[in-house]
Design a protein around this ligand. Structure first.
Ligand code: ADP
Ligand code: MG
Length: 243
């Protein structure tokens, strides 16, 4: 059918067992470049496990994850991150004592100069090009007015926005978002490939190009949002007590 699709992420026949529990079975997932691909499913479906397998935090029992022709399976999370795969965490990881602007500039510095050359005593504000890029990124996530605030003083939602900005400034090739409900309205797409993990299916319908539905560790449906919405198997997974 689609002959020239450009698959950038391929989760190939992944299984994950925790003791006797099959958290993931027969997972085959292909994400096309530039698309927003949502993985939805009820609680306990295996969404977070799948995300952690992709980013290298959990080794699969069998199968492999391939990103842009490179096998990720067996690599460390930071190696996977260096290949351009970024994740926004459910709990934000930010520098509480730095300003919002400094937080966003830090990964940009690290990318330009190497992580070990960052000198926090140096006035970041004089780095005009980086500062402008950081401000534009803060604009994208709706935080530019808080640029001077201490990151630690932000609300939980704003901390997540800040963490998203810290990811975006690194220009990841693939961005993974775990239940980003309150973030989604703010994200400008920038043509970046995204995988969104979400419990509430209504949140992703207007944003996703494609949706995979996970239930009981298996993909039970996949397709365009409008196809998935009406699929009786999906209705049943949500109503039928798979939680
Ligand atoms: P979701 O994110 O869709 O809610 P999870 O991936 O967190 O689902 O969990 C899928 C299943 O795997 C659940 O039954 C959960 O209890 C189990 N599970 C997740 N992580 C572990 C673990 N580290 N050890 C044992 N069981 C786990
Ligand atoms: Mg989860």
């Amino acid at each position: 059918m689609e002959t020239n699709k450009n698959v950038v992420l391929h989760v190939a026949d992944v299984h994950k067992n925790f003791g006797g529990l099959h958290a993931l079975s027969d997972i085959d997932l292909q994400v096309e470049e530039g698309q927003t691909h949502a993985i939805i499913g009820p609680n306990g479906a295996g969404k977070s496990t799948l995300l952690n397998v992709i980013i290298g935090r959990i080794p699969p029992t069998s199968g492999a994850v391939v990103f842009d022709g490179t096998v990720l399976t067996g690599k460390q999370p930071h190696e996977i991150n260096q290949l351009g795969v970024s994740r926004v965490f459910q709990t934000p990881e930010i520098f509480s004592d730095l300003s919002v602007l400094q937080n966003v500039m830090t990964p940009a510095f690290a990318k330009r100069d190497g992580a070990f050359k960052i000198n926090l005593a140096k006035p970041f504000e004089r780095e005009t090009a980086l500062r402008e890029e950081a401000e534009a990124t803060l604009e994208d996530v709706g935080l530019v007015e808080r640029r001077g605030a201490h990151a630690g003083s932000l609300s939980r939602g704003d901390k997540r926005r800040l963490e998203l900005a810290m990811c975006l400034i690194q220009k990841p090739r693939l961005l993974l978002l775990d239940e980003p409900t309150e973030l989604l309205k703010k994200i400008k797409s920038r043509g970046m490939t995204k995988v969104i993990i979400e419990h509430d299916m209504h949140v992703v319908f207007s944003l996703a190009d494609r949706i995979s539905v996970l239930a009981g560790g298996r993909i039970i449906a996949e397709g365009l949002p409008e196809d998935v919405r009406g699929d009786p198997r999906v209705q049943e997974a949500y109503l039928g007590g798979a939680h």
